[in-house]
Design a protein around this ligand. Structure first.
Ligand code: SAM
Length: 295
């Protein structure tokens, strides 16, 4: 049965533009996500477009489009609030792909007080993003080919990490990345980071879809508690997470604490993971006021 689905996907899939892009760049690539955001079925003939529509309507891609909407909503609210305080905003997305969602955001926000830098390891994604921004006349979105896991982390008021940690399996590298972002960020800076605690089609995806190197795309789910704990351990506080209506993707906002050491001590006293035995018998005596360490 699985072999039949796989054969049908490979033979009929070539008619669909989305499946062609996924096969070429990897189904977890920024190029793939940009196509999903566009959400316009394309392909060879009516059959190809029909297959493409089914592909674009799959639950995971519907979740990705909701994640995009939630990201844009979140970033808009932050920029508008900063604007009302007379503050300009520099946003860096460390793995933006071609960054279509950030070009959309820049267009809708307008103004000269927002600068967005889209970074990505993939030279094709960076080139596509530059072309798209130029075609739309959006000058305040710039692009940089950069490895998010090596080299200097960005300095920005808002750092976005969308869809990167979900495709990484090396948890130590993810934690080091969050810590480096926190270290480079000014006090009060915000991390906007996505998570993926659930996906209903893990097996189907591992069977049919491939990463850029042609290996099966095996998703690694991570609980919201885990992602939030890593943020706290990196000195972030006031972490708020909301999920899409499908329960697949989350968007978390975390504020870099003024007193990172105090925030980290707090994490040691009150670990976020309920399965971890509590190291400090007196922790329950902490009052809510004591929980807010850096205000
Ligand atoms: C799932 S896509 C997400 C793209 C975009 N952030 C979004 O949400 O639509 C993951 C992106 O991470 C990029 N990527 C993977 N490893 C990276 C690394 N070490 N440094 C920078 N970008 C990386 C890929 O090239 C790809 O564009």
């Amino acid at each position: 049965m699985r072999g039949t689905a796989s054969r049908a996907f490979r033979t009929l899939g070539v008619l669909s533009e989305g499946i062609r892009i996924g096969t070429l760049y990897g189904f977890s690539s920024g190029e793939m996500l940009d196509y999903v955001y566009e959400n316009e079925a394309r392909g060879r003939g009516p059959l190809g477009r029909g297959i493409d529509r089914m592909y674009l309507n799959s639950i995971g891609w519907r979740g990705i489009r909701e994640r995009r909407a939630n990201l844009i909503r979140t970033l808009t609210a932050i920029v508008v609030t900063r604007r009302s305080l007379g503050l300009s905003t520099r946003i860096v997305d460390i793995a933006a792909g071609p960054g279509r969602y950030l070009i959309d955001l820049a267009e809708s926000l307008g103004g000269h007080d927002v600068a967005i830098e889209c970074r990505d390891l993939d030279a094709d994604a960076v080139a596509q993003g530059r072309t798209l921004a130029a075609a739309r006349g959006v000058a305040n979105v710039t692009f940089l080919q950069h490895d998010a896991l090596n080299g200097p982390p960005p300095s920005a008021d808002i750092v976005v990490v969308s869809g990167l940690y979900e495709i990484l399996t090396d948890e130590a590298a993810i934690r080091a990345s969050i810590a480096a972002i926190g270290k480079a960020m000014p006090t009060g800076g915000l991390l906007v980071v996505t998570g993926q605690p659930h996906h209903p089609q893990l097996q189907t995806i591992a069977t049919l879809l491939t990463d850029r190197d042609g290996s099966p795309w095996r998703m690694h789910l991570r609980s919201t508690a885990t992602l939030e704990r890593w943020c706290r351990q990196a000195g972030f506080t006031d972490i708020h997470t909301h999920a899409d209506t499908l329960g697949i993707f989350t968007v978390s906002v975390a504020r870099r604490a003024a007193n990172v050491e105090a925030a980290q001590t707090f994490v040691r006293l009150v670990p976020g993971d309920p399965h971890v035995a509590h190291p400090c018998p007196g922790w329950a005596a902490l009052t809510p006021a004591q929980h807010v360490l850096d205000r």
